[in-house]
Design a protein around this ligand. Sequence first.
Ligand code: FES
Ligand SMILES: [Fe+2]
Length: 383
Amino acid sequence: MATSSSNTPLVQLTTPADRPREVADASGAGLGPPATLIYNDWYPALRSAELGGKQLKTTLLLGIPMVLGRKTDGSLFAMRDSCPHRGIPLSCGWFNGESLACKYHGWEFEPVSGQCTTIPSLTSEDKLDPTRIFGTAFPCIEHDGYAWVYVPEPGSGRVDTPLASLPPVPEAPKFGDRFRSAHLTADLPCNVDHGIIGLMDPAHGPFVHQSWWWRKPSSIHEKQKHFEPIPEGFRMAAHAPSGNSAPYKLLGVYGEPITTTIDFQLPNRRIETIRCGPKWFSSITTVTPTTTRACRIDVFAAWNIFYAVPGVTTIAKFFGKRFVAQDQETMVEQAEGLRYNPTLMLIDDADRPAKWYFALKQARLDGSGKHPMPGPVTLRWRS
Ligand code: FES
Ligand SMILES: [Fe+2]
């Protein structure tokens, strides 16, 4: 088994200091330097519960303005929020549950395919066939309470690949039909890379998440975790979870061995599974770039642990919210520091997962498919 070496050189994390410094964009939505984005993959655009009736919802996904809605038959759609005629946002128009009409000249679109069905100004003399015109529609699927949108490489045109040929939409594993669930979300004013490496950072817990029920600096102790490569990611192999946190102690009441597995997979997903006999908890956390400089963290958790205990969802949400808010507050502060594009570093072993992330991302972007892990690796750190 390969183990970590402690003398790997530091890794340069941002653009070198001799490059021009990035400053806040006008909206203030992201303060630090931009990140390269990964296209041709699924991202959660917004909560699917927000979509219904004749409502249209807008969002920014990988810098693309999107308009989303739900047709009367229940299917979701996501279109570029821009009319292919003269660019007015389609969200300014009208949706009747079936078709989306542009506010400017009334062109109508079937929003799942993006196909134009009607151009009101055409006369019987006109040869133009409206159905040959398409607005940009993106594949959109509902899973775990999100509208997941497949975002192709910019300029690659309409995605007419059948859904079955696209990569599968990620979801949190479930081990039965009876479970409770909750969603959490937080905007982060840093680029997606910082959001993701914050997500996989094992060393911040005792400082950022200090509290009686989780961690405190005095509870820090040495840990050793085994990681193994998985396609476009890595897995923290099944292990008995950290004994110094109250939620895991709580699970002890079931008297069964507890194991937890954490996967990270490109472009942006962390999937955690905790199993304790027939009881389970699972979550999918994604960090989605809204623009090159800003991102959003979304957490969906499902569990059957304490299923029958009244108020458990409220309690879980309360603690989950505090937890995410602590990360968010820290990243808001970090973004303040990042706006001056400082030189940063990644150290072994605690930042090794972050190094893997950057290497995996690079391999995806340059198409080499090279995995940075030679095989199973044991990392050690104190947290
Ligand atoms: S701009 Fe949309 S129909 Fe003309
Ligand atoms: Fe955190």
